[in-house]
Structure formats: C-alpha cells, structure tokens
Design a protein around this ligand. Structure first.
Ligand SMILES: [Zn+2]
Length: 171
C-alpha cells in the first residue's frame, strides 16, 4: 500500500458538518443567523477579497454579540469577522462565555452560494475561546451563505473543523 495516495484518501471523506434546513434549526440558532447577516450587511468590503462576513456569538445566559469583517488596502490590515467579534467580547469581559458562533458570508458574485467556513487563524482563535468557556471541541459553529433560508445551514463544531488544535501549552 502506497503511503501517500495521489488523490483522495480517507481523511476528508467524512464531512465536517451536517446540512440542515433553516426551519429545522432552533429559534436561538435562527436568531443568531439573522443577527450575523445584519452585521454582514454593515461591512464595506469590496476592496480586495471582495466578500462580506458577519459573525454572531451566543453567550451564556442567551445574550448575543455581532461583528463584521474589515478589508483594507494592505493585507496585514484585514480583520476577520470572527477575530473582531471575539476581541470585542474580551473588551466587555465576556471572553469566557462563548457558547456558539454563527458565520454568514456573501461573495461579490451573488451567484456564489458556497458557505465559507472560518479561516485557519480564526479556527485557532475560536478554539482558544472554546477552551476558556469549558466547551472545547463541542463549541457549535453555524456557517452559511447569506441566503441561508434557501441554501440550508452547515452545522458543525470547532472540534470537527479543527480536530487537532495548535496550542503551545499542550502537555
Ligand atoms: Zn479568519
């Protein structure tokens, strides 16, 4: 058996998410998505990458917070919605209360309906907050295109999206 297959292999055969219809979601999940989409619509991001992202955090006690991404003319100045959102939670002293996160994105090409999961850096950041809230890999992540009522919603966890997290403090 060859140690490296030229294509395929088993590692990614299992999907990292479950596809659900919007109506199948709980009212809290639906509200998170609506709020994330409202935040996304505030983004003014048609400079470089040309897509808008909104993210909503569900906190212990049921409160929600939202943020959107920022594109800049220089790549180093860009900030993901998730990064903005979680930084804002720390500003409010809520950084250890993250229960779930919803991410809604929209490409400049409105016919592109593929949901965009969090980037590698944000997966690491989300994992950090999942550890702080004691949820670890079970922290729920919803990620969808902006027309989620028609397209359905990808429901996952940080553990499925990021099964072996980076941590310099691992034993
Ligand atoms: Zn990111």
């Amino acid at each position: 058996m060859a140690p490296y297959n030229s294509k395929g292999g088993s590692i990614m055969e299992e999907k990292a998410y479950i596809l659900k219809g919007f109506q199948e979601l709980s009212s809290v999940q639906q509200k998170m998505l609506m709020q994330a989409r409202m935040a996304m619509q505030k983004a003014r991001n048609f400079v470089l990458q040309r897509y808008k992202v909104g993210a909503t955090a569900l906190l212990e006690g049921g409160e929600m917070r939202s943020a959107f991404n920022n594109e800049r003319r220089v790549v180093q100045g860009m900030r993901c919605a998730e990064d903005n959102l979680l930084g804002d939670l720390d500003d409010e002293g809520l950084g250890d209360q993250l229960v779930a996160i919803a991410i809604v994105s929209q490409s400049e090409n409105l016919e592109d309906t593929e949901p965009i999961p969090p980037c590698g850096t944000c997966r690491t950041i989300i994992q950090e907050y999942a550890e702080r809230s004691g949820r670890y890999g079970d922290l729920e992540i919803l990620y969808v295109n902006a027309n989620f009522e028609e397209e359905g919603v990808r429901v996952s966890t940080i553990g499925k999206l990021y099964p072996e997290p980076f941590s310099p403090h691992q034993k």
